[in-house]
Ligand binder design. Sequence first.
Ligand code: NAD
Ligand code: DAU
Length: 358
Amino acid sequence: MILVTGGAGFIGSNFVLDWLRQSTEGVVNVDKLTYAGNLQNLASLQDDPLHVFSRSDICDRATIDRLLQEHKPRAIVHFAAESHVDRSILGPEEFVRTNIIGTFTLLEAARAYWQGLDAAAKATFRFLHVSTDEVYGSLGMKDPAFTESHPYQPNSPYSASKASSDHLVRSYFHTYGLPVLTTNCSNNYGPFQFPEKLIPLIIANALAGKPLPVYGDGLNVRDWLYVSDHCSAIRRVLEAGRLGETYNVGGNSEKPNIEIVRQVCGLLDDLRPDAGGPRERLITYVKDRPGHDRRYAIDAGRIGSELGWQPAETFESGIRRTVAWYLDNQDWVAAVQSGAYREWLERNYSNRAPGSLN
Ligand code: NAD
Ligand code: DAU
């Protein structure tokens, strides 16, 4: 078995679904089910004996110890985190708790469990930590892309908490010999992404005829990767990654935000024309995100040359699949647009006067 944390969230649920499509090895899925965790993502696994779900907090050491002893996983794949930058700006405490203390608690539990394994199981055990390119900070437009040796310069409470967790993971390798691996990935998109993040938010608002909020001048650049390609990278690193190493993962798809928004509008106009006219009319420039990183770009050379991983989707194919998925799954979106979701929209967007560029 493998133990996955955060497997009811966006990337975690895609990972669990992909894993069980390709493997007969079971998954213990440990998720607290915060606002971002959704068991509907895993509905197709309801009768699958290879999927065991535990609603648990990674900060709860006793429960993590019990789950490890009960299921004896050969690997831990750690996704659980608070993941939204804007939420970290309005409420950083939960990010420190889950991303730093939670990762620390998991590392301590993993260390105790690993030390108690027999020699053969000890040698093959892995702890894979799923992290982000945001730990490297912001690039200028002409700077080379982030390599694994780029200095850590996090600029938001979210990225600082992830940077901290990366350092803890690294230290457990060097200090205790725990067999760890870390991946640092760029922006994911695809099915089951909570509609607080740029692409699903734009799709949801565009379908509802609401303003499409673009922060600042819309020229911040991100590298975009279709979620199943992130999952295949994680599987490959788990299989063959060098212990203690970090691997950057990206989609060779750098784009300014405004281009993403325009592309989503164009696809929606093709697939679901709006009587009111092209949806670009809804684009609204709003006050920028404080500390907004200007550009991220990933050099995925190491994972390509060492492990032979490449993304399968281009941005064009991935975004088309994503928009089609959201059109086909509007019930899923409606179900997550709860009272709490609406309160979040109000908190995040009410003080961003339209037209203001900073
Ligand atoms: P998400 O917010 O969609 O899901 C996070 C999941 O973790 C949710 O199911 C939530 O219930 C669970 N969780 C939160 N706190 C928990 C706790 N204390 N105990 C147990 N479970 C808890 O996040 P995501 O976008 O799927 O990201 C998953 C991981 O990948 C994160 O570590 C994130 O930093 C990293 N990452 C995300 C992206 C991206 O573009 N989304 C890119 C690179 C790396
Ligand atoms: O780079 C990897 C990171 O990508 C992950 O570690 C994070 O978990 C994930 O949330 C994502 O972070 P970003 O901040 O880049 O993603 P987000 O979708 O929030 O924003 C993408 C870009 O779009 C960013 O430049 C901010 C901008 N934006 C976002 C929202 C929500 C807007 O212009 N308007 C919006 O309403």
